[in-house]
Design a protein around this ligand. Structure first.
Ligand code: FPP
Length: 247
């Protein structure tokens, strides 16, 4: 019944045709710190509130039938933050994986990480690997966390991997070949980038993958970002005409 009236949505029906939905949504979850300050709280409280928003948005995106959601959790530049904040964020990743994996599994979510894991402790690297392994046979949304991620760093690492690969001749290298060396090797291209907290920039996020992505920015800081606003971004995307450089 719902299927007939609404084009998409496994559990949460939305009135957008399935073929108009973005396949891959990427989110720059900005504004945790500013939100915390506005509430008279520590920055860490902003990140904790950010995790709550992330859980809500992931569930909703999965429900409405988005194929892939990638979030920017920690950039290669974020190491410049005060040590206490970096340590807090890293411990939050571990805690998140320990606490949320069962529920994600029940909700059929697959998880993966992009970015240079070598920068993390062996313990966190193992937690990441175990999480990926445990949810790998699920068939729902592909949820990717970008951690110690930078678009330039990813492209450079890919170029190094390519240079070490003797199976392919540089002269014959195509874009499709090169993509296989990126961290996102088997993900669809990014259709929509959402950024919260108002800045109009990509901040080294998915430089290759977002080449033709539509952009949607809101002033709302990440902790206050709602499923209604997420849907507004999706609707805005569905109404746009994408030309990929053509006419
Ligand atoms: C940007 O806000 C946010 C981050 C650098 C971290 C994002 C992390 C989370 C939402 C929580 C952890 C995620 C997982 C996957 C457990 P900001 O701190 O730069 O805010 P500001 O620009 O207002 O200072």
């Amino acid at each position: 019944m719902f299927k007939k009236i609404f084009g998409s949505g496994k559990n949460t029906p939305v009135d957008i045709d399935k073929d108009k939905l973005p396949k891959h949504v990427a989110v720059i979850m900005d504004g945790n710190g500013r939100w915390a300050k506005s509430q008279g709280l520590l920055r860490s409280a902003g990140h904790l509130a950010g995790v709550k928003t992330l859980k809500k948005i992931l569930r909703f995106a999965n429900d409405i039938g988005i194929e892939a959601l990638t979030v920017y959790a920690f950039s290669t530049e974020n190491w410049k933050r005060p040590k206490e904040e970096v340590d807090f964020l890293l411990s939050l990743f571990s805690e998140y994986l320990a606490k949320e994996l069962d529920e994600m599994n029940e909700e059929n979510v697959r998880i993966s990480f992009i970015g240079d894991r070598a920068g993390f402790s062996e313990k966190l690297q193992n937690e990441m690997k175990n999480a990926e392994e445990r949810l790998k046979n699920n068939t729902g949304i592909r949820f990717t966390i970008a951690a110690n991620y930078g678009g330039r760093d990813e492209i450079l690492r890919a170029a190094k991997k390519f240079a070490e690969d003797t199976n392919i001749d540089a002269k014959n290298l195509t874009e499709a070949d090169f993509e296989r060396y990126l961290d996102t090797a088997d993900a669809p291209p990014v259709d929509l980038v959402i950024r919260t907290s108002g800045e109009m920039r990509l901040s080294n996020f998915l430089l290759w993958q977002a080449a033709y992505a539509e952009f949607w920015v809101t002033k709302t800081p990440w902790p206050n970002f709602s499923t209604e606003e997420f849907l507004e971004a999706i609707r805005s995307y569905a109404a746009r005409e994408r030309r990929f450089g053509g006419v």
